[in-house]
Ligand binder design. Structure first.
Ligand code: F6R
Length: 614
């Protein structure tokens, strides 16, 4: 949600800002704007409701004088609708100062009332304009942007990334963060700020991560970071491991299509470097055995798709590390009084590493003394920095709003983590067979993509008018049923539900009527003849009531044939590894159905890639 970019350097900034905002589009937004201090020293600003193209058209119709200090913003509306006026930047000090913001300023009503009493009139309904007005006031009092900025951030409550510049101090952009993302890009004679590295990765891969409650000031030649009291702090340098091309669509019809196809690579990259002599040893966790010893419970917390990866992780960690695992939606976790303490390990999963609900759950867990580990895809993100340890998924940048390759990489990382924990805890010391399974996965995922893409896409094409689809699974097939339903809902806007197949007779079977499409994820009979036979019985039950049954089953499973309208095949894999194969046809199905309906699969309505507000 909301994309932020800042630039100071020798080059005209408008194209840099617009390109940065384009790279942040994936985060989700409904208006966009830029402000630039031009070469004459005047601050110009343009902002428009709608997509970046609307802003670009406006700039093409009436140019904004260019200059080499600028800030840009894409806004996902919270306070006030997506209008030109509510879009950022917001101006103060008679239009000489510009502010952009991501997050929610929780005390904005009180501040707004105070400013209104002091005679300030507001143009927008946003909380951001309040921060801008406060900054204007402080600037007039102090005459220095950095000093004024420090005073203002100390008055704000809530979550925010804030960037500001003043026309009387060209060549300077200041920023601050509290619970919202901000990273610094270090160039040669130029510097950048961004919500994430995508904002500047085409210019530099040298970055600095800044911590909570810190302020940064960038000029073309210097970067200074302080805490909110003004004490110098050291920012953590890191090199961005992917290049700009990785976040390009290339020849693909959509980012989602590209990312679905990249799954073999995402899985392989997540495994790489973590297997030694047939055992799983995660180098980032070396010296951190104490995280896993003496614990009596694991809680995995996450939202959405990541929470379904967590459910698969539960099965893996319980099986190999022999410790009870609960999966908790992050937004439910801290609003009760969970039983956690220093013998609890809280694992968070987040592609973006910025999901506010998950971040708050991690902070809450730490406050309560729990040990924390995050599984994350984004370097420099907040959640890993708030955790005792991190296991990165190496899926590369995920741009499409609907998560696909990050999900596969999360499951892979959790399988690795389960085996790592099993070795450390002495509960599963020989992982030779599982390592072989893991290493065969990339080829098996490729097999599904190669052999089932056309079949599943055709099926989706025939079903474009479908109004509701159900998904059933058992064991690790259950989270995949949930994920299949979520993918379909979010990009094709079709009603979809995932159920544990065993729940069917406890209610959901009432939904079955003639022609109702139901995907059934059938586990291999080799793992458990009992579970397999139960699922086959479920298929018969829904078939008898007129359902149109689409089965995802391993190659050679003939038992499903008499009862299935369609069979989608996946290769043979170990029980805990099957989810990585079974999810692929469901992703393809959702994508093909949305495409058949003429929808934008990369940017579905109302959704943001990074949910940075609660
Ligand atoms: C669905 C989807 C979301 C995210 C969720 C958590 O396709 O992408 O459900 O999984 O918002 O996001 P992260 O993983 O960034 O914390």
């Amino acid at each position: 949600m909301c994309g932020i970019v800042g630039y100071v350097g020798p080059r005209p900034s408008q194209d840099i800002l617009l390109a940065g905002l384009a790279r942040l589009e994936y985060r989700g937004y409904d208006s966009a704007g830029i402000a630039v201090i031009d070469d004459a020293g005047d601050l110009g600003m343009r902002k428009k409701a709608g997509k970046l193209a609307v802003l670009r058209d406006s700039l093409a119709d009436a140019a904004l004088p260019d200059g080499s200090t600028g800030i840009g913003h894409t806004r996902w509306a919270t306070h006030g609708g997506p209008t030109d006026v509510n879009a950022h930047p917001h101006l103060a000090d008679d239009g000489k100062l510009a502010v952009i913001h991501n997050g929610i300023i929780e005390n904005f009503s009180a501040l707004r009332a105070e400013l209104a009493d002091a005679g300030v009139t507001f143009l927008s309904e946003t909380d951001t304009e309040v921060a801008a007005a406060l900054l204007g006031q402080e600037y007039r009092r102090t005459g220095d942007l950095a000093t004024a900025f420090q005073a203002v951030v100390n008055r704000l409550e809530g979550a925010f990334t804030l960037l500001a510049m003043h026309q009387d101090q060209p060549g300077l952009v200041v920023g601050a963060r509290r619970n919202s993302p901000l990273v610094i890009g270090l160039g040669e004679g130029e510097n950048f700020l961004g919500s994430d590295v995508a904002a500047f990765v085409e210019h530099t891969r040298n970055a600095l991560a800044i911590g909570q409650d810190q302020i940064v000031a960038i000029t073309p030649s210097a970067v200074t970071v302080t805490d909110f009291e003004g004490n110098a702090v050291e920012a953590q340098p890191f090199e961005v491991s992917w290049d700009a091309a990785a976040a390009e669509k290339g020849g693909w019809s959509s980012f989602m299509a590209k990312e679905v196809a990249e799954q073999p690579e995402a899985v392989a990259n997540t495994i790489r470097g973590r297997v030694q002599e047939g055992q799983v040893i995660i180098p980032e966790l070396e010296g951190l055995d104490s995280l896993f010893l003496g614990i009596d419970r694991v809680i995995i917390t996450a939202c959405g798709t990541a929470s379904y990866a967590a459910l698969v992780g539960k099965y893996a960690i319980e099986q190999w590390a022999r410790v009870p695992v609960d999966v908790e939606l992050a937004h439910e976790f801290r609003y009760r009084d969970p039983v956690i303490g220093d013998d609890t390990l809280v694992i968070s999963i987040s592609q973006s590493g910025e999901t506010m609900d998950t971040l708050m759950a991690v902070k809450y867990a730490r406050e309560r003394g729990a040990r924390t580990l995050s599984v994350c895809n984004t370097q420099g993100a907040t959640i890993p920095r708030e955790s005792d340890a991190v296991v990165y998924t190496h899926a590369g940048p995920e741009v499409a709003v609907a998560s696909t390759k990050a999900f596969s990489a999360q499951i892979t990382a959790l399988l690795l983590l389960g085996l790592h924990m099993g070795r450390v805890r002495g509960t599963h010391v020989d992982a030779t067979a599982e390592v072989a399974e893991l290493q065969s996965l990339p080829d098996k995922v490729s097999w599904v993509l190669k052999n089932e893409q056309e079949h599943v896409s055709q099926l989706a094409g025939w079903m474009a008018d479908t109004r509701s689809v159900l998904f059933l699974g058992r064991h690790v097939g259950y989270p995949i049923a949930l994920e299949g339903a979520l993918k379909l809902k979010e990009i094709s806007y079709i009603h979809a539900e995932g159920f544990a197949a065993g729940e069917l007779k406890h209610g959901p079977i009432a939904l079955i009527e003639a022609g109702q499409p139901v995907f059934v994820l059938v586990p291999s009979p080799r793992h458990s003849a009992l579970i397999h036979s139960k699922v086959v019985s479920n298929i018969q039950e829904i078939r008898a009531r007129g359902a149109r049954v689409i089965v995802v089953a391993e190659e050679g499973d003939a038992a499903v044939l008499p009862f299935a309208d369609e069979v989608i095949r996946i290769p043979l894999a170990g029980a805990l590894f099957e989810p990585l194969l079974a999810v692929v046809p469901l992703q393809i199905f959702a994508m093909a159905l949305a495409t058949a309906k003429g929808l934008d699969v990369d940017q579905p309505r109302n959704l943001a890639k990074s949910v940075t507000v609660e």
